[in-house]
Design a protein around this ligand. Structure first.
Ligand code: SF4
Length: 338
């Protein structure tokens, strides 16, 4: 049993707890779990049911997160436990993310210690550990213990996140996190409520907060035909990022029907190119297309327009530039390059 962090007893009813890890702030009576399905109240103590129970573990290129301006070309030891605090109808990893709700509540996974995770990452010559595939906030305690050891071993730490952690959790996480990719899944609260059972504003607040706290931030939007892909909505996301920092990379990725969203077609190459164009015309320095390899994947220098780093899918064509310096005009591009 691993006691959870960031919770409190409810005033007047000490057996009931309030979880402060994410913006759902679940009130959990004894014997019950929060929305994520992996934090349970046991007689007034909130416990993490997923500590050290790893259900997915792979060595990925960092480009797969996607992070294009963070140690490009490096390998990232990537792991997940079960569970998620969102209920996205189009979840690509629902078999592990939604497992606590879809099954009988059993939490499974290979037993791992933080020491084992860091040792494996080093043995695989990884430069970082990525907490990914499901929302990593829900296995915060395990990710934190791995991350602190990883830092001491010279490894970086990466979250691939829906950005729904509470502000107090975000500040804790930022103290040991090096980079984060946050989904802005749409630019309307209506989408977040109906498709994800969450809200938009906390996500935007966390994009801003992680950026302010000095964590390297990239943003991803899955372009879903007819749901979040109007010009106005895409311009809204691009404008938000531009106002925050035009150097924040924006990844617009192609949707594929999955889980409970099989009623619409995959994103076409033309639809993806339109989203890309909107980002560029909005003034963003780095806009990338994802999930349809071959277009819009190269890093272009915002100063001279030359190609700094060409890619195909997750593969680099050539070496990442030393210190992020453009080989044509010597401008230094935003990111963490070495
Ligand atoms: S992490 Fe979020 S969803 Fe899970 S129990 Fe805590 S507040 Fe609820």
């Amino acid at each position: 049993m691993h006691e959870a962090m960031l919770y409190s007893q409810k005033k007047g009813t000490p057996q009931v707890v309030v979880c402060g890890l994410c913006n759902h702030r679940c009130t959990i009576p004894p014997g019950r779990r929060g929305i994520c399905g992996v934090r349970e109240n046991r007689d007034g103590t909130l416990v993490s049911l997923v500590y050290g129970k790893v259900v997915a573990e792979h060595v990925d290129p960092i480009e797969k997160k996607p992070l294009f301006h963070f140690l490009p070309g490096s390998r990232s030891y990537s792991l997940a436990t079960m569970g998620c605090n969102f209920r996205c109808l189009h979840c690509q990893n629902f078999d592990i993310a939604q497992a606590p709700q879809l099954g009988d509540g059993t939490i499974s996974g290979q037993p791992r210690t933080p020491e084992e995770i860091v040792a494996r990452a080093r043995a695989e010559a990884c430069a970082s550990i990525s907490y990914t595939y499901v929302e990593p906030t829900i296995f915060y305690e395990f990710s934190r213990d791995c991350a602190e050891l990883a830092r001491r071993a010279g490894l970086a730490n990466v979250y691939v996140s829906n950005g729904y952690m509470s502000p107090e959790a975000a500040r804790e996480i930022a103290s040991w996190l090096d980079a984060i990719n946050i989904d802005i899944k749409a630019f309307t609260d209506d989408f977040y409520k109906k498709v994800c059972r969450a809200r938009l504003q906390p996500v935007l607040d966390n994009v801003r907060l992680f950026h302010q706290l000095g964590v390297w931030v990239e943003v991803t939007t899955l372009i879903i035909p007819g749901l979040n892909d109007s010009d106005a909505e895409l311009k809204g996301i691009a404008r938000f990022l531009y106002d925050l920092d035009p150097a924040i990379p924006w990844h617009v990725s192609a949707f594929r029907p999955a889980y409970r969203m099989t009623d619409r077609p995959p994103t076409s190459a033309e639809q993806l190119a339109r989203a890309h164009r909107i980002g560029v015309e909005s003034g963003l320095h780095h806009v990338y297309q994802g999930n349809i390899p071959g277009e819009g994947e190269d890093t272009i220098c915002p100063s001279c327009g030359g190609t700094v780093l060409a890619r195909y899918g997750f593969m680099l064509k050539g070496q990442a530039p030393a210190k992020g310096q453009c080989p044509h005009c010597a401008a230094v591009l935003a990111g963490v390059w070495e």
